[in-house]
Design a protein around this ligand. Sequence first.
Ligand code: NAP
Length: 323
Amino acid sequence: MLALIYFTASSVSFPSIFGCHRHAAELPSHFTLPSGSRIPSVALGVWKASRGEVGQAVQAALDVGYRHIDDARVYNNEEEVGAALLGSGVKREDVWLTSKLPGTYHDPQDVEKSVDESLAALNTTYLDLFLIHFPVALFPENGTYNEALTENMFPTWQAMEQMVVKGKVRNIGISNFNIWRTQKLLSHPNITIAPVINQVELNFFNPQPGFLAWMKEHNILVEAYSPLGGEGQVGKTLGLPIVQDIATHLDITPAQVIISWHVQRGTVVLPKSVTPSRIEENLKITRLPDALFEKLEAAAVGHKPERTLNPSQRWGLPYDIFD
Ligand SMILES: NC(=O)c1ccc[n+]([C@@H]2O[C@H](COP(=O)([O-])OP(=O)(O)OC[C@H]3O[C@@H](n4cnc5c(N)ncnc54)[C@H](OP(=O)(O)O)[C@@H]3O)[C@@H](O)[C@H]2O)c1
């Protein structure tokens, strides 16, 4: 039977980032998933945080209070992340760890192998969240498009469900699934565990309000990747006059405006940084006054959407993965 899915948000007071005359504002520090797991609303993203720098970034993040790391096998840095976690003195059960299934491991018999590799690299016995990284299966031999396993992804999903049954993974979800692919998975007659998370690109230039509403209606919590705009677009996003104006008005930084906006939209947010001062800055979120939140939302959705990440052509797909 399909598990009943819901999520709720829990609030907490963050240390005030304003002067002493202002009260600490509240945004959800966690969202609660159907399993009862509480997922921290802000994570450290570690894509492109390369070996040699990712360990100190994780350590800096744990030091200032992050308890959520968003990793993936293909980021090629899980070993150093695992070592940093082990050396940090922070208890494993206090940190939310996400990893993802690479496209080359979609064969159902390879799913457990992928989980085991991540567990070994991260020095842990379980993952809090395991996601299908992209709805595209690739041949392990040469990384080219495997049409059969892509067209029918349900056997891969069933192997994901088994990871929960075996206790290696606490929650399972998807990433880069558009609405119809998500619907196809959800409505499969044999599904026993529904995806609780869909991790997708969400930022000022690609805000996807209709997608967000649909996922909410179907009780799937959305995680915002490339939340500051993605590597090439961060300067453009943080330099927007509307973002600068709100930052000045609230006496916070442009990155804090954008990260707060994401959480206020009801999404988990995954800013990546290897710079300790930015890592600290990015965790300090604050509720935007309604009028400013709505102004920023209107400006974002008023743009023609621009996506920064789309590997469809690189993988030789005969279609656009997001259509
Ligand atoms: N599921 C997927 O397919 C997928 C795809 C993409 C990303 N993700 C996840 O999402 C995370 C974030 O995405 P992303 O790395 O593409 O984009 P992002 O977080 O929007 O941008 C990262 C860039 O912003 C800079 N930055 C961070 N904080 C800043 C601040 N306060 N002020 C100015 N610049 C700042 C970083 O520089 P420094 O590091 O030099 O400080 C880095 O160059 C990834 O790490 C990964 O965990 C998932």
